[in-house]
Design a protein around this ligand. Structure first.
Ligand code: DGT
Ligand code: CA
Ligand code: CA
Ligand code: ZN
Length: 577
């Protein structure tokens, strides 16, 4: 049993325990362990076999988990998991993804109505059978109905970051096949979409059989769904599908273009070809002759393919049939890259809910080569995160003042705060305190169910406060988990523009908030966008590159982004100098 398979077992165990309403610490322990194991460079089985290292030395692996790993490696099974799986069908777990439907209510639905799938549940809601259950009601039924689509998507799509992790491993795995000349990952992954449905691989190989055999040996394989002469689909233990296509070299560019998509982009491209008396498909671009026969014009590279249609090569992130065909005429913007980022302006320390100390975060940021960072712990309203009151905040800022001389010439550390916007409006800490900081972020964490006008007013109130520089994760959505709160973004943008304030693109792969379309709208209004990690530990700083994908999809350039500039310039943008 390999690491991916062990991790999948622990995830499954956590899901089933959650459905049973087990202790949340235990559930989290299994989930953390799954994540640790998945990202280990060494196989658990190898660690056990060679005996030089103890499993319990691994982060998040205690005695109980180490024993379970041992059992899994030896037998491939986990008795506790098998027991649970006998009692609970796997399909009911999808219900847990419905926002507002906890494990207890899900269990009632399963037991009382015998409902085991999202489709059945939707039907039951429409027929008003759910509201009749004890402890439910019309309102709960409506909440469930509203959340079913989100839950259904969450079943089918993973975060881009997760897909990327798999892609890196698939690449390594397939590169080693003799005679593989080209290898690309197409589809929504290549377009940098925030979630990915399945992974599309294209390759040119001397022997399609050898390439497909090798894919069949991928450690995370669950089953081979289909296999033909040049095409193969597999399912992985995490339920994700991977499609492999082996294509001839002269069609490689055409196939890459076709399978990168999006469908909408391709429909448009096909229309353009038709107008030119040509035809485009996954094999190439062809000229339709007068006698109806076809002559191959291009197909080897994507650039050739587009050029044959008198089009420039399109950055994959823009291929959504939004405005890329208009841009093709005037020239594409020079899309931002992670190298353009010179600072990170949203991160937490162990003073609140972060894992690392202030100095550890600073050192990590220096290692990344940043010019500056802002330390932005939570304010006191976020009591769950041990948010800072005025006294603790001022003490932290004093500490930063002291550290400034130590780190002079290496990095500039800004005195920041992620200040909550209170439910009734207004900031969580008084202006006399906020005005002593360099960089105050405003966030909505509470009262997310308020009516649109109320939430909008709260955010606008914050942006009108001269001490606030930016609103973080402006819509509050959590991908696959929670819809955005109701907010009038147009009004927020208007206010930001008038007050020379910024909006955030939070780079956490679970947030990516603002999303691509919203970032684009902010850009059009000339509002600078801050792309920040919201790191809660030193590794958390690395999520910046996920924010880049979303930013590129939004068409952002270096000039559109706050933290591509020196801190002094940012102050000027805010009208502070
Ligand atoms: P996903 O996997 O749901 O995240 O999204 P994609 O975009 O990766 O879609 P997928 O995997 O179904 O197909 C990959 C690309 O192949 C898609 O973006 C465009 C192309 N493609 C697939 N099927 C069709 C089709 O029926 N018509 C056209 N025009 N293109 C297609
Ligand atoms: Ca795909
Ligand atoms: Ca596919
Ligand atoms: Zn934060």
């Amino acid at each position: 049993m390999n690491n991916a398979q062990i991790a999948a077992k622990f995830e499954m165990l956590a899901d089933l325990l959650e459905f049973q309403g087990a202790n949340s610490f235990r559930i989290r322990a299994y989930r953390n362990a799954a994540r640790t194991i998945e990202s280990l460079s060494q196989q658990i089985s190898a660690i056990i076999e060679d005996g030089s290292q103890k499993l319990t030395d691994l982060e998040g692996i205690g005695k109980d988990l180490a024993e379970k790993c041992q059992v899994l490696v030896e037998t491939g099974k986990l008795p506790q998991l098998e027991e649970l799986q006998k009692k609970i069908p796997q399909s009911v777990l999808a219900m847990l993804r419905i926002p507002g439907l906890g494990p207890k209510k899900a269990a009632v639905i399963y037991k009382e109505l015998g409902i085991a799938t999202l489709d059945e549940l939707k039907q039951a809601c429409i027929e008003e059978r759910v509201r009749a259950l004890k402890g439910f009601g019309a309102k709960t039924e409506q909440t469930i109905l509203n959340g079913i689509d989100l839950a259904a998507t969450a079943e089918d799509r993973v975060f881009w970051a997760r897909a990327d992790h798999l892609v890196q491993r698939l690449r390594k795995h397939l590169e080693s096949v003799d005679g593989v000349e080209q290898l690309s990952f197409a589809g929504s992954y290549r377009r940098g979409k925030e979630t990915v449905g399945d992974i599309d691989i294209l390759t040119v190989a001397d022997s399609p059989t050898a390439a497909m055999d090798r894919l069949g040996e991928f450690p995370d394989l669950d089953e081979v769904i289909a296999r033909g002469d040049t095409k193969m689909s597999i399912r992985l233990v995490n339920n994700m599908q991977v499609d492999l296509r082996v294509v001839p070299a002269k069609s490689y560019g055409a196939a890459l273009q076709y399978f990168t998509g999006s469908k909408e982009h391709n429909v448009k491209v096909r229309g353009i070809a038709k107008q030119l008396g040509m035809k485009i498909n996954e094999y190439g671009v062809f000229k339709i002759e007068e006698d109806g026969s076809e002559t191959y014009l291009a197909g080897e590279t994507e650039k050739d393919v587009y050029a044959a249609l008198d089009l420039p090569w399109f950055p994959p992130e823009l291929r959504e049939n939004r405005e890329e065909f208009k841009l093709a005429e005037t020239g594409f913007p020079e899309l931002i890259t992670v190298e353009d980022i010179v600072g990170d302006m949203h991160m937490h320390t162990d003073a609140t809910d972060g894992l690392n100390t202030l100095e550890e975060m600073i050192e990590a940021a220096i290692a990344k080569g940043y010019q500056y960072i802002a330390i932005t712990d939570h304010s006191k309203r976020v009591s769950m995160a041990n948010g800072l009151d005025a006294e603790r905040l001022l003490a932290q800022w004093k500490e930063i003042d002291k550290l400034r001389s130590k780190y002079e010439g290496k990095i500039e550390v800004l005195k920041g705060l992620e200040c909550d916007i209170l439910e009734q409006g207004g900031m969580d800490l008084p202006d006399e305190v906020l005005e002593q900081g360099d960089w105050i972020i405003a966030s909505v964490h509470y009262g997310q169910n308020q009516p649109k006008q109320q939430i909008t007013d709260r955010i606008i109130g914050a942006l009108e406060n001269p001490n606030i520089a930016i609103v973080a994760h402006p819509t509050g959505r959590l991908i696959n988990k929670r819809e955005a709160y109701e907010v009038d973004l147009e009004a927020v943008f208007q206010c930001a523009k008038e007050n020379r304030k910024f909006v955030e693109l939070n780079a956490n792969p679970a947030r990516l908030d603002l999303n691509d379309i919203q970032c684009h709208a902010a850009k059009l209004r000339g509002i600078p966008i801050g792309i920040n990690s919201d790191a809660h530990k030193i590794d958390g700083l690395d999520v910046m590159r996920y924010g880049m994908m979303q930013a590129r999809r939004a068409g952002l350039t270096k000039q559109d982004v706050v933290n591509t500039r020196p801190w002094k310039e940012i102050r000027k943008l805010l009208g502070r100098d």
